[in-house]
Design a protein around this ligand. Sequence first.
Ligand code: KG4
Ligand code: ZN
Length: 341
Amino acid sequence: MLILGIESSCDETGAAIIEGTSKSERVKLLSNALATSLSLHSETGGIIPENAAREQVKYIIPVIKKALSEANIRPSEIDAVAVTYGPGLIGSLLVGVETAKALSFTWNKPLIPTNHLYGHIYANFIQDSNLESIEFPAIGLIVSGGHTDLVLIKKHKELKWLGGTRDDAAGEAMDKIGRLLDLPYPGGPHIEKLAQKGNHERFKFPSPLIGSPDYDFSFSGLKTAVFREVQKLEKIDDQTKADICASVQQAILDVIVKKTIKAVKENNAKSILLGGGVAANSKLREEINKDISSNKLNTKLFAPSKILCTDNGAMIAAAAFYNDQNISWEQVDANPGLYFD
Ligand code: KG4
Ligand code: ZN
């Protein structure tokens, strides 16, 4: 089965072709085209939704054309079109959804509306160098600029939300703190890089809800704590900046890792599936693996390659392959507030 996946929920415009043969195996990536308006958002220090959507209108057809030509596939060979219909920014989502509907109609192909959050999890089901098989039940940890969620996946199509952030997402907190520290947008990767040279014990920032019995998170207080600390400091030299980054990263990872491990234990999960931009963070992967060993857990950590952690069309096509549903294009609408069903 050949699926064209289209993603345009936030600032990226992605289109990719995947080939799926069996649901017990990973899908093969034939092409993965991406256009980003990141440099535009760097200038404004964040995403201005209307600007993002205007850029996506320009990129969407060239990106789809590129995905087809790189995979050397003609539209007639495609079996289905998959598209992110939510959650995300309404203007951005509309660009992808309406384009996908038009293609589904003119090519006479089924349209598979796909939840962006499922996409982040299913990025793990794209073939890469990790050949170990993903076993269920699995715990999915989605950590991105818009979401921090823990989910239990009993099997394909059977996904249960365990908990998530009550306010800012982990990546959003990093981006806002990055702005306080005059780091380029998005702050997450810069915080990770500077943290490598920093002392994570110098500042004691809060890890809210770390001891709560649920799977909830809260990161807005962390941003306020950093703001107060920055105001107190007369001058922020390079080492202090690195120490703040290391302390912030540690505060965020401590709570994320603790709750992920708790979810694994409570559900006897055999796999952990990371997804979302923050999953590109090497320290996150390192800390989860450390806790898997120290707790002697019979679980394996899976994380997509860095390019598949951030938004892309391939993960949408992959999620559609395993969670396919038969819906006519007339019934598909962008749903910015979509969450887990
Ligand atoms: O998944 P994504 O591309 O977009 C959303 O759906 O939100 O995630 C973007 C987020 C940004 O907040 C960015 O700062 C964060 O992922 N991010 C990272 C790293 N790379 C990207 N955060 C921490 N460490 C990284 N290496
Ligand atoms: Zn995303």
